[in-house]
Write a new protein. Structure first.
Ligand code: FMN
Length: 367
Protein backbone atom coordinates (compact mmCIF):
# COMPACT_ATOMS: atom_id res chain seq x y z
CA UNK A 1 0.00 0.00 0.00
CA UNK A 2 1.22 3.52 -0.67
CA UNK A 3 2.05 4.41 2.90
CA UNK A 4 5.00 6.60 1.89
CA UNK A 5 2.63 9.55 1.85
CA UNK A 6 3.29 12.93 0.33
CA UNK A 7 6.92 13.69 -0.20
CA UNK A 8 8.78 16.62 1.28
CA UNK A 9 9.65 17.96 -2.16
CA UNK A 10 6.03 17.82 -3.26
CA UNK A 11 4.85 19.60 -0.17
CA UNK A 12 7.39 22.34 -0.66
CA UNK A 13 6.42 22.64 -4.31
CA UNK A 14 2.76 22.84 -3.36
CA UNK A 15 3.37 25.33 -0.60
CA UNK A 16 5.52 27.51 -2.82
CA UNK A 17 2.74 27.51 -5.36
CA UNK A 18 0.44 28.71 -2.62
CA UNK A 19 2.83 31.56 -1.95
CA UNK A 20 3.50 31.04 1.76
CA UNK A 21 6.08 28.39 1.60
CA UNK A 22 9.19 29.37 3.39
CA UNK A 23 7.82 29.91 6.87
CA UNK A 24 5.48 26.99 6.51
CA UNK A 25 8.28 24.72 5.36
CA UNK A 26 10.69 25.71 8.12
CA UNK A 27 8.14 25.41 10.92
CA UNK A 28 6.81 22.22 9.53
CA UNK A 29 10.04 20.23 9.70
CA UNK A 30 10.23 20.23 13.47
CA UNK A 31 8.50 17.42 15.30
CA UNK A 32 7.05 19.23 18.29
CA UNK A 33 8.13 18.17 21.77
CA UNK A 34 4.65 16.85 22.40
CA UNK A 35 5.21 14.19 19.77
CA UNK A 36 8.50 13.25 21.38
CA UNK A 37 6.76 12.98 24.76
CA UNK A 38 4.05 10.75 23.34
CA UNK A 39 6.69 8.53 21.73
CA UNK A 40 8.50 8.32 25.07
CA UNK A 41 5.31 7.18 26.81
CA UNK A 42 4.67 4.47 24.23
CA UNK A 43 8.15 3.15 23.48
CA UNK A 44 9.42 2.37 26.99
CA UNK A 45 10.17 -0.65 29.12
CA UNK A 46 7.67 -1.52 31.85
CA UNK A 47 8.05 -4.00 34.70
CA UNK A 48 5.77 -7.02 35.10
CA UNK A 49 3.90 -7.48 38.39
CA UNK A 50 4.16 -11.28 37.94
CA UNK A 51 4.38 -13.97 35.25
CA UNK A 52 0.81 -13.33 34.01
CA UNK A 53 0.34 -9.56 33.97
CA UNK A 54 -2.02 -8.67 31.09
CA UNK A 55 -1.29 -4.89 30.88
CA UNK A 56 2.44 -5.70 30.83
CA UNK A 57 2.02 -8.30 28.09
CA UNK A 58 -0.35 -6.12 26.05
CA UNK A 59 2.06 -3.18 26.31
CA UNK A 60 4.74 -5.09 24.41
CA UNK A 61 2.25 -6.77 22.06
CA UNK A 62 0.91 -3.41 20.88
CA UNK A 63 4.40 -2.31 19.84
CA UNK A 64 4.27 -4.85 17.01
CA UNK A 65 3.96 -3.97 13.34
CA UNK A 66 0.33 -3.79 12.22
CA UNK A 67 -1.31 -2.84 8.97
CA UNK A 68 -1.97 0.95 8.56
CA UNK A 69 -1.26 1.18 12.32
CA UNK A 70 -4.96 0.47 12.90
CA UNK A 71 -4.08 -1.61 15.99
CA UNK A 72 -6.95 -4.04 15.27
CA UNK A 73 -6.70 -6.07 18.48
CA UNK A 74 -8.31 -6.74 21.84
CA UNK A 75 -6.53 -8.60 24.61
CA UNK A 76 -8.17 -10.65 27.36
CA UNK A 77 -7.06 -13.09 30.03
CA UNK A 78 -8.86 -16.29 31.02
CA UNK A 79 -6.89 -18.16 33.68
CA UNK A 80 -3.45 -18.56 32.14
CA UNK A 81 -4.62 -18.10 28.58
CA UNK A 82 -4.27 -14.75 26.83
CA UNK A 83 -6.57 -14.24 23.84
CA UNK A 84 -5.91 -11.72 21.08
CA UNK A 85 -9.17 -11.16 19.24
CA UNK A 86 -9.66 -9.06 16.11
CA UNK A 87 -11.23 -5.64 16.53
CA UNK A 88 -13.52 -5.48 13.52
CA UNK A 89 -14.22 -1.81 14.15
CA UNK A 90 -10.69 -1.13 12.87
CA UNK A 91 -10.65 -2.92 9.54
CA UNK A 92 -9.47 -1.68 6.13
CA UNK A 93 -11.87 -3.42 3.73
CA UNK A 94 -10.43 -2.01 0.52
CA UNK A 95 -6.81 -2.95 0.96
CA UNK A 96 -7.58 -6.01 3.07
CA UNK A 97 -10.95 -7.44 1.98
CA UNK A 98 -10.43 -10.92 3.49
CA UNK A 99 -8.86 -9.65 6.77
CA UNK A 100 -5.56 -11.25 5.83
CA UNK A 101 -3.47 -8.30 7.06
CA UNK A 102 -5.59 -8.06 10.19
CA UNK A 103 -4.79 -11.66 11.21
CA UNK A 104 -1.14 -11.24 10.20
CA UNK A 105 -1.06 -8.19 12.50
CA UNK A 106 -2.42 -10.32 15.36
CA UNK A 107 0.43 -12.75 14.66
CA UNK A 108 2.97 -9.91 14.95
CA UNK A 109 1.45 -8.90 18.30
CA UNK A 110 1.40 -12.51 19.55
CA UNK A 111 5.11 -12.85 18.94
CA UNK A 112 5.96 -9.72 20.94
CA UNK A 113 3.62 -10.90 23.69
CA UNK A 114 5.33 -14.30 23.88
CA UNK A 115 8.76 -12.64 24.14
CA UNK A 116 7.51 -10.38 26.95
CA UNK A 117 5.98 -13.38 28.73
CA UNK A 118 9.38 -15.11 28.67
CA UNK A 119 10.98 -12.14 30.36
CA UNK A 120 8.27 -12.17 33.05
CA UNK A 121 8.70 -15.89 33.81
CA UNK A 122 6.17 -17.60 31.55
CA UNK A 123 6.78 -19.84 28.58
CA UNK A 124 4.19 -19.10 25.90
CA UNK A 125 2.56 -21.53 23.44
CA UNK A 126 0.87 -19.63 20.62
CA UNK A 127 -2.15 -21.27 18.96
CA UNK A 128 -5.26 -20.37 17.01
CA UNK A 129 -8.75 -21.07 18.37
CA UNK A 130 -10.26 -24.34 17.19
CA UNK A 131 -13.85 -23.43 18.13
CA UNK A 132 -14.53 -20.88 15.38
CA UNK A 133 -13.83 -17.89 17.66
CA UNK A 134 -11.10 -16.83 15.19
CA UNK A 135 -8.68 -15.49 17.73
CA UNK A 136 -5.09 -16.10 18.73
CA UNK A 137 -4.72 -17.99 22.02
CA UNK A 138 -1.54 -17.97 24.03
CA UNK A 139 -1.15 -20.43 26.88
CA UNK A 140 1.33 -19.49 29.58
CA UNK A 141 3.18 -21.89 31.87
CA UNK A 142 5.73 -21.12 34.59
CA UNK A 143 9.33 -20.99 33.42
CA UNK A 144 12.59 -19.42 34.52
CA UNK A 145 12.62 -15.78 33.30
CA UNK A 146 14.62 -15.51 30.07
CA UNK A 147 15.46 -12.26 28.30
CA UNK A 148 15.59 -13.13 24.61
CA UNK A 149 17.68 -10.77 22.42
CA UNK A 150 14.57 -10.40 20.26
CA UNK A 151 12.75 -8.97 23.30
CA UNK A 152 15.48 -6.34 23.59
CA UNK A 153 14.84 -5.32 19.98
CA UNK A 154 11.10 -4.62 20.49
CA UNK A 155 11.64 -0.97 21.50
CA UNK A 156 14.12 -0.34 18.70
CA UNK A 157 12.10 -1.92 15.84
CA UNK A 158 10.25 0.38 13.50
CA UNK A 159 9.08 0.46 9.90
CA UNK A 160 11.73 2.68 8.31
CA UNK A 161 10.26 4.04 5.07
CA UNK A 162 13.33 5.85 3.77
CA UNK A 163 15.95 5.09 1.14
CA UNK A 164 18.57 2.63 2.42
CA UNK A 165 22.28 2.62 1.64
CA UNK A 166 22.35 -0.54 -0.50
CA UNK A 167 25.22 -2.16 1.42
CA UNK A 168 25.46 -5.93 1.20
CA UNK A 169 24.61 -7.75 4.42
CA UNK A 170 27.14 -10.21 5.88
CA UNK A 171 25.95 -13.73 5.04
CA UNK A 172 26.19 -14.81 8.68
CA UNK A 173 23.86 -12.00 9.77
CA UNK A 174 21.35 -12.86 7.08
CA UNK A 175 21.45 -16.54 8.04
CA UNK A 176 20.87 -15.66 11.70
CA UNK A 177 17.94 -13.38 10.88
CA UNK A 178 16.37 -16.01 8.61
CA UNK A 179 16.92 -18.65 11.30
CA UNK A 180 15.18 -16.51 13.93
CA UNK A 181 12.16 -16.11 11.63
CA UNK A 182 11.35 -19.84 11.47
CA UNK A 183 7.74 -20.42 12.54
CA UNK A 184 5.75 -23.55 11.80
CA UNK A 185 3.14 -23.03 9.10
CA UNK A 186 5.02 -20.27 7.29
CA UNK A 187 8.15 -20.17 5.21
CA UNK A 188 10.54 -17.44 4.25
CA UNK A 189 11.92 -16.66 0.80
CA UNK A 190 14.84 -14.24 0.58
CA UNK A 191 15.47 -12.29 -2.62
CA UNK A 192 18.81 -10.52 -2.87
CA UNK A 193 19.70 -11.00 -6.53
CA UNK A 194 19.48 -7.55 -8.17
CA UNK A 195 17.94 -8.87 -11.40
CA UNK A 196 15.25 -10.68 -9.42
CA UNK A 197 14.56 -7.55 -7.37
CA UNK A 198 13.99 -5.71 -10.66
CA UNK A 199 11.43 -8.35 -11.67
CA UNK A 200 9.68 -7.93 -8.32
CA UNK A 201 9.81 -4.15 -8.71
CA UNK A 202 8.03 -4.43 -12.06
CA UNK A 203 5.13 -6.23 -10.34
CA UNK A 204 5.22 -3.76 -7.44
CA UNK A 205 4.83 -0.85 -9.84
CA UNK A 206 1.88 -2.55 -11.55
CA UNK A 207 0.21 -3.17 -8.16
CA UNK A 208 0.99 0.31 -6.86
CA UNK A 209 -0.44 1.91 -9.99
CA UNK A 210 -3.70 0.02 -9.68
CA UNK A 211 -3.99 0.97 -5.98
CA UNK A 212 -3.19 4.66 -6.44
CA UNK A 213 -5.66 4.87 -9.32
CA UNK A 214 -8.44 3.31 -7.23
CA UNK A 215 -10.41 6.11 -5.50
CA UNK A 216 -11.70 3.70 -2.81
CA UNK A 217 -8.13 2.71 -1.93
CA UNK A 218 -7.04 6.35 -1.76
CA UNK A 219 -10.04 7.32 0.42
CA UNK A 220 -9.33 4.48 2.85
CA UNK A 221 -5.65 5.37 3.06
CA UNK A 222 -6.49 9.05 3.56
CA UNK A 223 -8.73 8.16 6.52
CA UNK A 224 -5.73 6.65 8.32
CA UNK A 225 -3.30 9.48 7.55
CA UNK A 226 -2.34 11.82 10.39
CA UNK A 227 -0.99 15.11 9.02
CA UNK A 228 0.26 16.81 12.16
CA UNK A 229 1.33 16.30 15.77
CA UNK A 230 -2.02 17.00 17.35
CA UNK A 231 -3.89 14.67 14.96
CA UNK A 232 -1.32 11.95 15.63
CA UNK A 233 -1.21 12.39 19.40
CA UNK A 234 -5.01 12.61 19.69
CA UNK A 235 -5.72 9.41 17.81
CA UNK A 236 -2.47 7.59 18.59
CA UNK A 237 -3.05 5.39 15.58
CA UNK A 238 -2.75 5.66 11.81
CA UNK A 239 0.11 6.82 9.65
CA UNK A 240 1.72 10.04 10.79
CA UNK A 241 3.51 11.97 8.05
CA UNK A 242 6.36 12.82 10.46
CA UNK A 243 7.32 9.13 10.53
CA UNK A 244 8.32 9.35 6.88
CA UNK A 245 10.26 12.58 7.43
CA UNK A 246 7.47 14.74 6.03
CA UNK A 247 6.38 18.08 7.42
CA UNK A 248 3.65 18.43 10.02
CA UNK A 249 0.79 20.37 8.39
CA UNK A 250 -2.68 21.59 9.31
CA UNK A 251 -5.01 18.71 8.35
CA UNK A 252 -6.84 20.81 5.73
CA UNK A 253 -3.55 21.61 3.99
CA UNK A 254 -2.30 18.04 4.35
CA UNK A 255 -5.51 16.73 2.75
CA UNK A 256 -5.26 19.29 -0.03
CA UNK A 257 -1.63 18.54 -0.86
CA UNK A 258 -2.24 14.81 -0.59
CA UNK A 259 -5.02 15.19 -3.16
CA UNK A 260 -2.70 17.14 -5.48
CA UNK A 261 0.51 15.17 -5.19
CA UNK A 262 -0.36 11.56 -4.38
CA UNK A 263 0.02 10.13 -7.88
CA UNK A 264 1.02 6.84 -9.46
CA UNK A 265 4.13 8.45 -10.95
CA UNK A 266 5.44 9.97 -7.70
CA UNK A 267 4.64 6.84 -5.67
CA UNK A 268 6.19 4.53 -8.26
CA UNK A 269 9.37 6.63 -8.48
CA UNK A 270 9.72 6.50 -4.72
CA UNK A 271 9.01 2.77 -4.61
CA UNK A 272 11.67 2.11 -7.26
CA UNK A 273 14.24 4.16 -5.35
CA UNK A 274 13.41 2.46 -2.07
CA UNK A 275 13.47 -1.08 -3.43
CA UNK A 276 16.69 -0.51 -5.39
CA UNK A 277 18.42 0.96 -2.34
CA UNK A 278 17.51 -2.05 -0.19
CA UNK A 279 19.88 -4.96 0.37
CA UNK A 280 17.17 -7.56 -0.13
CA UNK A 281 13.56 -8.62 0.18
CA UNK A 282 12.01 -11.10 2.61
CA UNK A 283 8.80 -12.79 1.52
CA UNK A 284 6.63 -14.62 4.08
CA UNK A 285 4.61 -17.47 2.64
CA UNK A 286 1.84 -19.29 4.47
CA UNK A 287 1.64 -23.06 4.04
CA UNK A 288 -2.15 -22.85 3.81
CA UNK A 289 -4.35 -19.91 2.90
CA UNK A 290 -6.34 -19.55 6.13
CA UNK A 291 -6.43 -17.33 9.22
CA UNK A 292 -4.29 -19.59 11.42
CA UNK A 293 -1.56 -19.59 8.79
CA UNK A 294 -1.79 -15.82 8.19
CA UNK A 295 -1.12 -15.51 11.93
CA UNK A 296 1.90 -17.82 11.52
CA UNK A 297 3.27 -15.59 8.74
CA UNK A 298 2.71 -12.50 10.91
CA UNK A 299 4.71 -14.16 13.69
CA UNK A 300 7.52 -15.04 11.32
CA UNK A 301 7.56 -11.53 9.90
CA UNK A 302 7.73 -9.93 13.36
CA UNK A 303 10.56 -12.28 14.38
CA UNK A 304 12.43 -11.42 11.19
CA UNK A 305 11.96 -7.70 11.87
CA UNK A 306 13.19 -8.03 15.46
CA UNK A 307 16.20 -10.19 14.56
CA UNK A 308 17.12 -7.76 11.78
CA UNK A 309 16.77 -4.82 14.17
CA UNK A 310 19.00 -6.57 16.70
CA UNK A 311 21.72 -6.66 14.02
CA UNK A 312 21.40 -3.00 13.07
CA UNK A 313 19.25 -3.64 9.99
CA UNK A 314 16.14 -1.63 9.11
CA UNK A 315 13.05 -2.87 7.32
CA UNK A 316 9.83 -1.62 5.73
CA UNK A 317 6.86 -3.35 4.17
CA UNK A 318 6.37 -3.19 0.39
CA UNK A 319 3.13 -5.13 0.23
CA UNK A 320 1.47 -3.66 -2.84
CA UNK A 321 2.05 -6.84 -4.86
CA UNK A 322 0.40 -9.15 -2.34
CA UNK A 323 -2.55 -6.79 -1.83
CA UNK A 324 -3.65 -6.93 -5.47
CA UNK A 325 -4.89 -10.37 -6.42
CA UNK A 326 -3.57 -10.40 -10.00
CA UNK A 327 -0.01 -9.40 -9.06
CA UNK A 328 -0.07 -11.72 -6.05
CA UNK A 329 -0.68 -14.65 -8.42
CA UNK A 330 2.07 -13.51 -10.80
CA UNK A 331 4.42 -13.08 -7.86
CA UNK A 332 3.68 -16.61 -6.57
CA UNK A 333 4.55 -17.86 -10.05
CA UNK A 334 7.77 -15.82 -10.20
CA UNK A 335 8.92 -17.32 -6.89
CA UNK A 336 7.71 -20.83 -7.79
CA UNK A 337 5.35 -21.00 -4.80
CA UNK A 338 2.71 -23.16 -6.48
CA UNK A 339 -0.60 -22.73 -4.65
CA UNK A 340 0.95 -21.13 -1.56
CA UNK A 341 0.10 -17.52 -0.75
CA UNK A 342 2.82 -14.88 -0.43
CA UNK A 343 1.62 -12.94 2.64
CA UNK A 344 3.97 -10.04 3.23
CA UNK A 345 7.06 -8.53 1.63
CA UNK A 346 9.69 -6.69 3.64
CA UNK A 347 12.61 -4.82 2.18
CA UNK A 348 15.64 -4.60 4.43
CA UNK A 349 19.00 -2.89 4.61
CA UNK A 350 20.93 -0.23 6.47
CA UNK A 351 19.50 3.23 7.18
CA UNK A 352 19.20 5.84 9.88
CA UNK A 353 16.14 5.53 12.14
CA UNK A 354 13.05 7.67 11.50
CA UNK A 355 10.58 9.05 14.08
CA UNK A 356 8.52 6.30 15.72
CA UNK A 357 4.77 5.75 15.29
CA UNK A 358 2.33 5.93 18.23
CA UNK A 359 0.02 3.41 19.89
CA UNK A 360 -3.26 3.79 21.79
CA UNK A 361 -3.07 3.34 25.56
CA UNK A 362 -3.09 -0.28 26.68
CA UNK A 363 -6.27 0.31 28.72
CA UNK A 364 -8.14 0.85 25.43
CA UNK A 365 -7.24 -2.57 24.06
CA UNK A 366 -7.80 -4.74 27.13
CA UNK A 367 -11.25 -6.26 27.59
C1 FMN B 1 0.24 -7.13 7.71
C2 FMN B 1 0.94 -5.81 7.58
C3 FMN B 1 0.90 -5.12 6.38
C4 FMN B 1 1.57 -3.89 6.25
N1 FMN B 1 1.61 -3.26 5.02
C5 FMN B 1 2.36 -2.14 4.86
C6 FMN B 1 2.57 -1.56 3.57
O1 FMN B 1 2.08 -2.08 2.56
N2 FMN B 1 3.30 -0.44 3.47
C7 FMN B 1 3.89 0.13 4.55
O2 FMN B 1 4.57 1.15 4.40
N3 FMN B 1 3.75 -0.41 5.79
C8 FMN B 1 3.00 -1.53 5.96
N4 FMN B 1 2.90 -2.11 7.20
C9 FMN B 1 3.60 -1.49 8.33
C10 FMN B 1 2.64 -0.72 9.21
O3 FMN B 1 2.13 0.42 8.56
C11 FMN B 1 3.39 -0.33 10.50
O4 FMN B 1 3.72 -1.52 11.18
C12 FMN B 1 2.56 0.56 11.40
O5 FMN B 1 2.34 1.80 10.78
C13 FMN B 1 3.24 0.78 12.74
O6 FMN B 1 4.52 1.33 12.56
P1 FMN B 1 5.84 0.61 13.09
O7 FMN B 1 6.00 -0.68 12.33
O8 FMN B 1 6.94 1.58 12.79
O9 FMN B 1 5.69 0.36 14.55
C14 FMN B 1 2.25 -3.34 7.35
C15 FMN B 1 2.27 -4.03 8.57
C16 FMN B 1 1.63 -5.27 8.68
C17 FMN B 1 1.72 -6.04 9.97
Amino acid sequence: MGQGLITRRNVMRGALGAGSAVTLGAAAYALGPSYGEAVGQVWRHVEPSGPVDLPYLAHYATLAANSHNTQPWRFSLEGRRVAIAPDFSRVTPVVDPDHHHLYASLGCAAENLALAAGTAGSAAAIGFSQDGADRVEIDLVDAAPARDPLFEAILERQSTRSDYDGTEIPAADLRAVAGAAQVEGSSLVLVSDKAKIEQVLELAIAANTSQVEDPAFVDELRAWLRFNVSQATNSRDGLYSGCTGNPSLPPWLGQLLFGFFFSAKSENDKLARQMRSSSGLAVFVSERDDKAHWVASGRSCQRFALAATARGLRHAFVNQIVEVEATRRQFAELLGLGDRRPDMILRFGYAQPMPKSLRRPVAKVIV
